[in-house]
Design a protein around this ligand. Sequence first.
Ligand SMILES: [Mg+2]
Length: 290
Amino acid sequence: MFGPGDDCAQLRPWLGRPLYQTVDQVVEGVHVEWGARPAAMARKLVGRTLSDLAAAGAMPWALSWTICAPPASHRRAWLRTLAEAFLEAAERENASVIGGDISSAPEGAPVVLSCTALGVADQAAPGRSGACTGDLILVTGKLGGALRSGRHLAPQPRIAEGRRLISRYKPHAMMDLSDGLASDLPRLLRASGVGARVALDCLPLAVGLQKNLRGFESAVADGEDYELLLAMAPRTAQRAMRDPLLRRAGLVSIGVVEEQVGLRWTCDGKLLRSWRPKPWAHDFGEEEDA
Ligand SMILES: [Mg+2]
């Protein structure tokens, strides 16, 4: 059983299957640009909420959500577009929308959306605390540049991949990447009481990023990737990387879990002692005149 601090809370098994719950938000000016289109906000809300269920290997079951919007956004057409996009995104992931609430906010306040999701899994998720020395560290998909490319507006939660990983390959620890590898991997390592070495030249870089320190920094620090990050025994990891579904999702090994705590970056086999990637500033608060 686990609760706050993990991707999802695991509830008492329901009809013998573990039930997972998670909640997430999209705030205008924080997670999306001011004046972002309602459909984009709704898609992002569903995607980032369900990404937490993916990390637990859970199948989306039911969603409820809330909207808090100032009068300027509270117009009928705006709300209709938002709701339609939310329902569409939920339907695509086979989740039923079971409720919600709307509130108005003072003029000038940001739009704040929240979504609570319930998911059912076939078996219990590993959580973040089971990574062992010698495990390989793996990720799905491509990393970096999600904000600049606009990819962050339509995250594709790795539901099928999360379920496949847990049912067939039993990762020792798994979470989703929302804040970037440089922020999220240390969380997994701390929870497991271990450290790791990550090879920057093995990172799956998003299109447009170069294989240099700037590209690597973008890949580990931009965030909003909504991919899966996991630790697995080396032999199992080799098998998982040959699984057709996981191969299509780009599952690759990027590093190894070590006994010595802390996260170390290497490039061409050399340890980069002073390299400290800086998190990408979500500069949505500033109006850009250009
Ligand atoms: Mg998460």
